[in-house]
Design a protein around this ligand. Structure first.
Ligand SMILES: Nc1nc2c(ncn2[C@@H]2O[C@H](COP(=O)(O)OP(=O)(O)OP(=O)(O)O)[C@@H](O)[C@H]2O)c(=O)[nH]1
Ligand SMILES: [Mg+2]
Length: 383
């Protein structure tokens, strides 16, 4: 682990996540991501950045949640656009939910806003790593610990309620007996400070639990929101403790300078390139965050390109060609014959589809072919 380079904005600490909890989910309706964090951590700033919105961040945040779509940055689409000159370019989107900051002293208790993210597919915890006149000195490690505790308590509460409901029922069925035992296991884990996604559960049990929307079972990303100066002021121990905690919990840690990213986004394309070169970063924070979210959720994308439309489609890793066709239209899935596939990088090297064909880079794949990230596809079908 290259701890020493942590202060460089270009770094994302990528810690391998545990996959498996979300594989079975249907992605048809798109992916929802909730931004949570303590008050004034920069959630709305990140929300604005991701969704290109202009919500005011000067005053204290509004006390209700808001949502908007974020386009997933994909430079492959830019290249395809140049080559195909389509009428329309449609990037992949994620829906982002901005939740008001958690304040412990709030009358209704902090759990109120957590309910707004019960149904999201993944959480991004925005942690304040910058100093502000309006807030106490930044204590990112403490914020991470507090939030994990909060999420754990919220899940513990759910487990207890469910256990109570089963126990006070007229009779306990065999299934319920099994569920009780499972809930006991969850209870012990949560009480000892574990996230539920750290438990090694069987597929049956995962399915059983999927209905409860446990918060610590949702893929989590930690986003440390910094500015240069604040970051240098973080002492080494805090830094190493954060990395250790992220590693122990298998949570990817993305470093971002939210306010600066916003400035970067507002620049013209050429100015942006120069600015980023000066800073020594290759990808914007938005790009790194989108990438972390895709990897952590087990998602990839394939591309379609034509004169009408160039488009990115989001699918779970391991999706077959035929299932991928169904993402576009159920008729194409039903009448699937073959998929004409070329890897984006091969297409780009060749320069055009015709040249890629001449060079034998375009393959015909059957229904069981497993789609790869960046496959440029044309489905042949018959209905
Ligand atoms: N220096 C610095 N300031 C930032 C950064 N990100 C946000 N801020 C400032 O911090 C303040 C709070 O930002 P918001 O984005 O509204 O934070 P929030 O988490 O949505 O706040 P609440 O909704 O009130 O909980 C604003 O004054 C921002 O301009 C950053 O990266 N660096
Ligand atoms: Mg806000």
């Amino acid at each position: 682990m290259r701890v020493g380079r942590w202060h460089e904005f270009g770094e994302t600490l990528w810690l391998k996540p545990p996959f498996g909890y979300n594989r079975e989910r249907k992605w048809g309706t798109g992916v929802d991501i909730g931004l949570i964090g303590l008050a004034r951590s920069g959630k709305t700033t990140i929300f604005n950045l991701l969704t290109n919105s202009r919500v005011d961040t000067a005053g204290f945040g509004k006390v209700e949640s808001r949502r908007a779509l974020a386009t997933v940055p994909d430079e492959r689409l830019d290249w395809l656009k140049e080559v195909y000159r389509p009428k329309k370019v449609t990037p992949a989107v994620l829906q982002v939910v901005d939740v008001p900051g958690l304040v412990h002293t709030e009358a209704q208790g902090p759990n109120r806003f957590l309910n707004d993210v019960r149904l999201v597919d993944a959480l991004i915890h925005v942690v304040r790593g910058f100093e502000s006149d309006l807030a106490e000195p930044a204590t990112p490690l403490q914020e991470l610990e507090d939030m994990e505790l909060e999420l754990g308590l919220s899940d513990l509460d759910l487990v207890e309620k469910r256990r109570e409901r089963i126990r006070t029922g007229k009779r306990i069925s065999k299934e319920q007996q099994h569920e009780l035992e499972l809930l006991d296991q969850l209870y012990d884990a949560l009480e000892s400070g574990k996230r539920l996604d750290q438990l090694d559960l069987g597929d049956e049990d995962k399915r059983l639990l999927s209905g409860y929307q446990f918060l610590t079972l949702k893929p989590m990303i930690w986003l440390l929101n910094l500015n240069d100066e604040a970051f240098r002021n973080l002492d080494d121990r805090g830094r190493e403790a954060i990395i250790k905690m992220a590693r122990d919990k298998h949570i990817p840690l993305v470093l971002m300078a939210g306010a600066m990213e916003q400035e970067i986004q507002e620049l013209s394309d050429s100015d942006r390139e120069e600015f980023m070169r000066d800073l020594g970063i290759r990808q914007t924070g938005t790009e790194r965050l989108a990438k972390a979210a895709y990897e952590h959720l087990g998602l990839t994308s394939f591309l379609t390109a034509g004169e009408d439309e160039v488009r990115a489609w989001t699918i779970p890793q391991g999706t077959s060609a035929r299932q991928a066709a169904g993402k576009i239209h159920s008729d194409i899935e039903r009448g699937f014959i073959r998929a004409e596939v070329v890897a984006f990088s091969a297409l780009k090297d060749a320069g055009s589809l015709a040249k890629a064909r001449d060079q034998g880079l375009v393959r015909l794949e059957g229904k069981d072919y497993i789609m790869h990230d960046g496959d440029v596809v044309n489905f042949r079908f018959n209905v």
